[in-house]
Design a protein around this ligand. Structure first.
Ligand code: MN
Length: 318
């Protein structure tokens, strides 16, 4: 989906140092996406104190609520998008010719690279929508790759006792996702049975975070419900998780701490003010061919907001 903030805040990102294992709860920020029966999202990435987890640089949770998603064509650069519905179906159309239904349990991965445009419309009116929208920053040497879209109808599973993990990106244990990635990363949905006590295998060189989607989950001895992001730092080889009387679903995100300094503004991930400003100008008409055309909208599109009056610069992570 699009970042529809009318006045998007400047969200600079900076490379992370060595944190070690921590448990830090980072609150969600409610962002309305506008429109009649429009949806709002709970945004947990980026945070001022935590711009990225690995290459994961954006995480919104929407619903569960009856809502319509009507996101007209808008551009992206420098990132990959993952749309992960928990309930509801979304029609995705893009400028590389995709026109697909995004369904729960299936991975839809769009690589923006040097420039792509897409639209997202929920199926039906006022149906229950629930899901996650995630962005992965592309490292410098692949930020300008050709745009692409891939759909994976089935994904590998890592199973251990009362834990069943669906691996979206990267690997968890011996389960390896076929999806195209450009940095050492993992994304996995954890489905945890009631009363389960398990240790999720991790990599000590990755940093991790967990967002609960449904139910209640104890993660590294921290009780966690849907809402905040639990940041776990680096240096862990396993992650203790447990449920009580009810089960839980959660998204585990991780990756090698992202080395590049990033500037995020609106729907763009870049490395300088000028790069972002050029992408904005191209979307606004300087080079519309850069982003192609999303068929089926009669030319309707989301205009770019005004750039702020100051130059966009990366800012240090805490
Ligand atoms: Mn989008």
């Amino acid at each position: 989906m699009s970042n529809l903030d009318a006045r998007p805040v400047v969200t600079p990102c900076h490379a992370v140092g060595e944190h070690g294992a921590v448990t830090e709860l980072l609150p969600a920020r409610t962002v309305p996406l506008g429109g009649v029966r429009g949806i709002h999202v709970e945004r947990v990435l980026p945070q001022r104190a935590l711009p990225t987890v690995g290459a994961w640089c954006f995480l919104d949770q929407f619903g569960p609520e009856p809502a319509d998603m009507r996101v007209l064509p808008h551009p992206h650069i420098g990132l990959q998008t993952v749309t992960w519905p928990v309930a509801g179906e979304i029609r995705h159309r893009d400028s590389v010719g995709s026109d697909v239904l995004v369904r729960p349990g299936q991975l839809n991965l769009m690589t923006a690279g040097r420039g792509v445009a897409h639209s997202e419309f929920s199926i039906g009116e006022g149906t229950i929508l629930h899901g996650l929208q995630l962005w992965v920053a592309l490292p410098a040497d692949s930020a300008g790759v050709a745009p692409a879209f891939e759909q994976h109808m089935t994904l590998p599973r890592y199973e251990q006792g009362g834990l069943r993990a669906t691996v979206l990106l990267g690997a968890l244990g011996d389960a390896v996702s076929p999806a195209t990635v450009y940095s050492p990363i993992v994304g996995a949905e954890l489905s945890v049975a009631p009363g389960a006590i398990e240790n999720v295998p991790l990599r000590a060189d990755f940093e991790y975070a967990v967002l609960v989607v449904e139910g209640e989950l104890r993660v590294a001895d921290v009780p966690l419900e849907s809402g905040p992001l639990l940041y776990l730092g680096t240096g862990r080889e396993e992650l203790p998780i447990a449920t009580a009387g009810t089960g839980a679903r959660a998204m585990l995100l991780g990756g090698e701490p992202f080395a590049d300094e990033l500037v995020m503004w609106w729907n763009f991930v870049g490395r300088s003010h000028d790069e972002i400003a050029a992408a904005r100008a191209d979307w606004e008409g300087a080079d519309p061919a850069r982003f192609g055309t999303v068929p089926g909208h009669g030319g309707a599109r989301i205009p770019a907001p005004e750039l702020p009056g100051v130059r966009l610069t990366p800012r240090r992570r805490r």
